[in-house]
Design a protein around this ligand. Structure first.
Ligand SMILES: Cc1ncc(COP(=O)(O)O)c(C=O)c1O
Length: 394
């Protein structure tokens, strides 16, 4: 049986290879410290879990979810309130908000909803993989915009050739950025909206890490820019702020016509979100936010431990202002290795798993990503092992 061409066009999913490296190391009896995948390790706060349990006992909540149901009406209202209090942007709960089965689902379906075979999608590279893989699955043409450390990993939209821009229908952005942890200013988003005006390009801004910010940095929404609703939608998730990654709930907000087409696409494919999960998300968004603050403090402590101890071990890594990732250039001594080879050796020789930069696109080569999803104690232990590894001649 041959896979469809749209699947065969996809790049290798590097986390599968990393999983193989890890299982080989486990077979050898090694203790794995997993800083590879951005999978939050902390539990969902108890008041959110309790709401799920309570609502799961009502049989009406076991039925398919419809947009006219109480859960979805209330969820949209809770999202509108949360959004306004966070970004000062007013959203119409019915037409400018769309609940999603996780933001990844919405991002993939946005490409499917809008791209014909000869339509171009502009995607900064490196990126969170669904930004480019969604385009390939949808059968669109991917145009990578390389983003570089020297530019703070912000794309230079003006450098994209006119003939490409003329055929482009979609632009994905995401700041705070996975994998580089780069951040953007309100002025950057103003420039983007100015650039997009009159071009007929949809902008999908993925703001998964809006809450995971440090050192007084605030992550702005692109919708704060005047006129952004003309061409922008923004993706949000409960996965990171509330440790609800496995629950699968997120939402898109912004331009109502774009959201209507995204909703239409989804209506042929899925049946919405389990209602008790919607109620739990309402609790998350409208309940006390000290759980989010605690989460951020924890990630900050882990960040500081990782960066300072790596520095002592001779590996200088920039201090991230947001996200729970640290993005690091492979140490000079190992620069003859690809990022995948480096990560493979690190896992095999130390049991510490991190992500190779090329897992996020070709322009991630030469870099690796640490995810702060283990305790500070385990992070210290990981760096101890890395230090020994770096002392070995490559
Ligand atoms: C930038 C970015 N967007 C989206 C997601 C996926 O979020 P969700 O769990 O809502 O699908 C992730 C998860 O790591 C991410 O890093």
């Amino acid at each position: 049986m041959q896979e469809a061409n749209r699947l065969r066009r996809l790049p290798l999913y590097l986390f599968t290879i990393i999983d193989e490296f890890k299982s080989e190391a486990v077979k050898k009896g090694m203790d794995i410290i997993d800083l590879g995948m951005g999978n939050p390790d902390q539990p969902t706060p108890p008041h959110i879990v309790r709401e799920l349990c309570n609502k799961a006992t009502t049989s009406d909540n076991h039925r398919y979810s419809r947009c006219i149901d109480e859960s979805e009406i209330k969820l949209r209202e809770a999202i509108a309130k949360w959004y306004h209090s966070k970004f000062g942007v007013t959203l119409d709960p019915v037409s400018e908000i769309l609940p999603l089965i996780g933001s990844k689902e919405g991002i993939a379906h946005l490409a499917l909803a809008f791209l014909n075979n000869d339509d171009i999608a502009l995607v900064p590279n490196p990126a969170y993989p669904v930004h480019f893989n969604g385009v390939l699955i949808a059968g669109g043409i991917l145009h990578n915009i390389p983003i570089y450390e020297k530019d703070g990993y912000l794309p230079d939209l003006k450098s994209i050739p006119k003939e490409i821009v003329d055929k482009a229908k979609l632009l994905f952005l995401s700041y705070p950025h996975n994998p580089t942890s780069a951040v953007a200013s309100p002025e950057f988003f103003e420039e983007v909206v100015k650039w997009a005006r009159g071009k007929n390009i949809i902008i999908g801004h993925d703001l998964a890490y809006s809450d995971i910010v440090f050192d007084n940095y605030r992550a702005p929404s692109i919708l704060e820019v005047k006129g952004a609703k003309e061409m922008c939608i923004e993706f949000h998730t409960c996965s990171k702020s509330y440790n609800m990654a496995g629950w699968r709930i997120g939402f898109a907000v912004g331009n109502s016509a774009i959201l209507r087409t995204l909703e239409k696409t989804k209506s042929y494919i899925d049946f919405g979100i389990f209602k008790p999960i919607q109620y739990a998300a309402i609790k998350a968004l409208s309940g006390p936010q000290d759980c989010v603050r605690k989460n951020v403090e924890m990630y900050k402590e882990r960040r500081d431990v990782l960066v300072s101890s790596l520095k002592k071990a001779g590996w200088d890594v920039p201090v991230p202002k947001a996200t729970f990732y640290a993005w690091a250039r492979i140490p000079d001594k190992y620069s003859a290795l690809t990022s995948l080879e480096f990560v493979g050796r690190l896992i095999k020789e130390t049991g510490v798993a991190i992500a190779p930069g090329t897992g996020f696109g070709e322009y991630g080569e030469g870099y690796v990503r640490f995810a702060l999803v283990e305790s500070t104690g385990r992070i210290k232990e990981a760096v101890k092992r890395i230090k020994r590894f770096l002392e070995i001649v490559a």
